[in-house]
Design a protein around this ligand. Structure first.
Ligand code: TEU
Length: 588
C-alpha cells in the first residue's frame, strides 16, 4: 500500500514524488474528427508527444456529459462521456494506450457542484418535498423580504463568476446556492446520501482503470452552517453590494472528516498506484500540511493559489507589479512548511491561469530563454511538477482585442458586469487580455499549418497568430527549443533522487532578479548537492559578488543557454548570467 513518507527522503518514497504530471484540457488539445473541438481520439493520437516528453501521468480535465456552461466543470452525468469528446470506448482506449506506454490517467472530480441539468438537481428542484431536495442548498428569502426582492438572497455572497451566489427558483419561491455559475448548483455534502453517491461513482472510475483524481475546489465541500441551517453573510466587497463568503466555505468545519471518509470509502485497501491532488483555493501552508499528511489519509498533494495571486490586488482583475522577492518568500514558505510533513504540487499554468511566459517571462525577444528559465526554477523545487498543455512549447497569451474572441464564462460575465457598471469596454477587455482564462484555452500549436494542426475544421476558439513560429513540429528536433529543455528537466527528475527528494534551501531571498537555492540529498551513493541559479530578468547578472559559491561548482548538470548546451565544465562558463539564463550545478 502506501510507501515510505516522502519527508523521510527515503528512496522508497511514494511514486508520485518522482513523477511529472501533464494536464490535458480536452477542448483545445487535438481534434480528431474535424468538428473544431478537441476530443479523446485526438489525445490518443498525440500520446507519442507525451511519451517523448517523458511525463508519467496525464491529468484529463472533464470529459463527462455536460452542457458546457463552464467548459465541462458543470457535469450532468458523471458516468458517461460528452459526445463533443467521444465515447466511453474512446476513453477506455485512451486509458489502455496510456498504460501501454507506462503512463497513468487522472480524471477530474467535480463534486462541489453538478450541472443544473444533472438528474439529481432536476429531481431536487422538482418540489420542496423531493427526496433529493436536501442534496443541494435550498433556502427561503432573507427574513422580512419577499423572494426576488433586491437583497432577498439568503446570504450576500458573491459568485466566482460575478453576481450573487443564490438563484431564485420561481416555482418554489426558494433560492439555491451556486458558488460558480447559476448552472452549477452546489451539492450539500452535509447529506450522507450525496457523499456515498459520489464515492460509488469514484469507485466506478477506478474499477475502469483510472489512476486517481484531481479534485475540483475540494476544500469547498464543507460549508459552515449553524445548527438552524443558516449560513452567515460575508464582509462586503469594495465597490460592490455583495460580500466575500469564503470564510463560510473555504476549508469548512467538516472538510477533513469528509476527505478522510472519502479515502476510507474509495481508496483504502486498493493496491493500485493512485494519485490524488486537491485543488484548494485559499488553502494555507498549515492546512496543506494536514491535508497532505500521509498519516491522515486525505489527499497526496494540493494545488495552492498563493503564488498565482502575487500580481493581483484584491480581485484577479486588478493587476499589481510582480516582485520576484515575493515569489521567493511564498515558495520558500511552502517548501519549508511541507518539508517534514506533506507534499507540494508545483505549477505555473493550468486552464484557469494565463500563460506564464507572458505573465512573468518575456514572450517577445526572450520567449524561449524566459520559458526555459521559469521551467528550470519550478521543476527543481521539491514537489510534483505539473505541465499544462502548450507550456512545453512556450505558448504565450493570445492578443485578445474584442469580446467576440472570448469564450470563458468568467471573463464574459466580468465584461458584462463591468460595462453595466459604466466602465469602458476596452479597459475591461485589457484586464481580460492580461489574466483571462481563455489565454490558456487556445488550441495547442502542433505545427505551422492551417489551424496549427489542431483541427481540419474551424476551431471553436481562435488559434494564437504566433503558431507559425511557436509549434511542436518546429521544436521536436531542435535541441535549443523549449520542448527539448522540458524533456531534459523531466529526465533529470527521473535520474537524480536529489531532484525529487532533496532538502530545499532558499538563497539570496532579497535579490531582485536572482532566484537561487540548493537541494541536498544523502543517497545510498553518498551526499548530493545541487545549486540552482535563475536570472529572472532581461539583464546581465554578475554572480561573483552575489553568490561566490558558484565558483565552487564541480559540474554543470543543466543550462538553458544554447551556447553552453552540453558543457559540463563550470569553469568554462562565465561568472555572469545572461538575460533569463538558468543553470543547475553539482556542488557535491
Ligand atoms: O477552479 C476554481 C477556482 O478557483 C477558479 O475558479 C479560479 O478562481 C478562477 O478560475 C481564477 O480565475 C475550478 C476549475 O479549475 C475551474 O475551471 C472551474 O471553473 C471552477 O473550479 C468551477 O468548477
Amino acid at each position: 500500500m502506501r510507501q515510505a513518507h516522502p519527508a523521510s527522503g527515503h528512496e522508497g518514497a511514494p511514486w508520485w514524488t518522482r513523477a511529472v504530471v501533464y494536464q490535458v484540457w480536452p477542448r483545445s488539445f487535438a481534434d480528431s474528427d474535424g468538428d473544431g473541438v478537441g476530443d479523446l481520439r485526438g489525445i490518443t493520437g498525440k500520446l507519442d508527444h507525451l511519451a517523448d516528453l517523458g511525463v508519467d501521468v496525464v491529468w484529463l480535465s472533464p470529459v463527462y456529459r455536460s452542457p458546457q456552461d463552464d467548459a465541462g466543470y458543470d457535469i450532468s452525468d458523471y458516468t458517461d462521456v460528452d459526445p463533443d469528446f467521444g465515447t466511453l470506448a474512446d476513453l477506455d482506449e485512451l486509458i489502455e494506450e496510456l498504460h501501454a506506454r507506462g503512463m497513468k490517467l487522472v480524471m477530474d472530480l467535480v463534486v462541489n457542484h453538478t450541472s443544473d441539468e444533472h438528474p439529481w438537481f432536476v429531481e431536487s428542484r422538482s418540489s420542496k418535498d423531493s427526496p433529493k431536495r436536501d442534496w443541494y442548498w435550498w433556502r427561503g428569502p432573507r427574513e422580512g423580504l419577499d423572494a426576488g426582492a433586491p437583497g432577498a438572497e439568503p446570504t450576500n455572497w458573491r459568485s466566482f463568476f460575478s453576481g450573487p451566489t443564490w438563484e431564485l427558483d420561481e416555482a418554489s419561491g426558494e433560492y439555491y446556492l451556486h458558488l460558480f455559475s447559476r448552472k452549477q448548483p452546489d451539492l450539500n455534502w452535509e447529506n450522507p446520501e450525496v457523499r456515498h453517491a459520489v464515492y460509488a461513482m469514484m469507485r466506478g472510475w477506478l474499477d475502469r482503470g483510472v489512476d486517481g483524481f484531481r479534485m475540483d475546489v475540494v476544500n469547498f465541500l464543507s460549508k459552515d452552517v449553524d445548527l438552524e441551517g443558516a449560513l452567515a453573510d460575508g464582509p462586503v466587497l469594495p465597490g460592490s453590494s455583495l460580500g466575500d463568503g469564503s470564510a463560510s466555505y473555504v476549508s469548512g468545519p467538516r472538510i477533513h472528516e469528509f476527505l478522510a471518509e472519502m479515502h476510507e470509502q474509495v481508496f483504502a485497501g486498493r493496491t493500485e498506484k493512485l494519485l490524488t491532488v486537491g485543488e484548494m483555493p485559499g488553502v494555507t501552508v498549515e492546512d496543506a500540511a494536514r491535508f497532505t499528511d500521509p498519516a491522515r489519509h486525505e489527499v497526496d498533494m494540493v494545488f495552492q493559489f498563493e503564488h498565482v495571486g502575487l500580481d493581483q490586488e484584491g480581485s484577479k482583475w486588478a493587476r499589481r507589479p510582480f516582485d520576484l522577492r515575493e515569489l521567493k518568500a511564498s515558495f520558500g514558505r511552502w517548501q519549508a512548511g511541507l518539508a517534514s510533513t506533506g507534499w507540494n504540487s508545483l505549477y505555473w499554468n493550468n486552464h484557469d491561469q494565463p500563460r506564464i511566459v507572458s505573465r512573468w517571462g518575456d514572450d517577445g525577444e526572450h520567449r524561449v530563454r524566459s520559458a526555459t528559465c521559469l521551467a528550470t526554477l519550478l521543476h527543481l523545487h521539491r514537489g510534483t511538477p505539473y505541465v499544462y498543455q502548450g507550456e512545453e512549447l512556450g505558448m504565450a497569451n493570445f492578443p485578445f482585442t474584442s469580446a467576440d474572441q472570448l469564450r470563458d464564462i468568467e471573463s464574459l460575465n466580468h465584461l458584462r458586469e463591468q460595462v453595466a457598471l459604466g466602465r469602458d469596454e476596452a479597459e475591461v477587455l485589457a484586464e481580460i487580455a492580461w489574466v483571462g482564462r481563455d489565454n490558456a484555452r487556445t488550441p495547442v500549436q502542433w505545427d505551422a499549418g492551417p489551424h496549427a494542426g489542431f483541427t481540419t475544421g474551424t476551431p471553436w476558439i481562435a488559434v494564437n497568430p504566433d503558431a507559425d513560429q511557436v509549434n511542436a513540429a518546429a521544436q521536436r528536433e531542435d535541441e535549443t527549443s523549449v520542448l527539448a529543455h522540458y524533456r531534459r528537466l523531466i529526465a533529470l527528475r527521473r535520474e537524480l533522487p536529489v531532484v525529487a527528494l532533496g532538502d530545499f534551501t532558499m538563497l539570496v531571498p532579497d535579490h531582485e532578479h536572482l532566484y537561487a537555492f540548493t537541494r541536498r540529498f544523502d543517497s545510498a551513493a553518498g551526499p548530493e548537492e545541487l545549486l540552482v541559479i535563475c536570472n529572472v530578468s532581461g539583464e546581465q547578472l554578475d554572480l561573483a559578488d552575489v553568490l561566490p559559491r558558484v565558483l565552487e561548482a564541480r559540474e554543470v548538470v543543466l543550462t538553458n543557454a544554447p551556447a553552453h548546451l552540453g558543457q559540463k565544465d563550470p569553469g568554462l562558463l562565465p561568472a555572469v548570467l545572461g538575460p533569463w539564463e538558468a543553470r543547475v550545478l553539482r556542488m557535491a
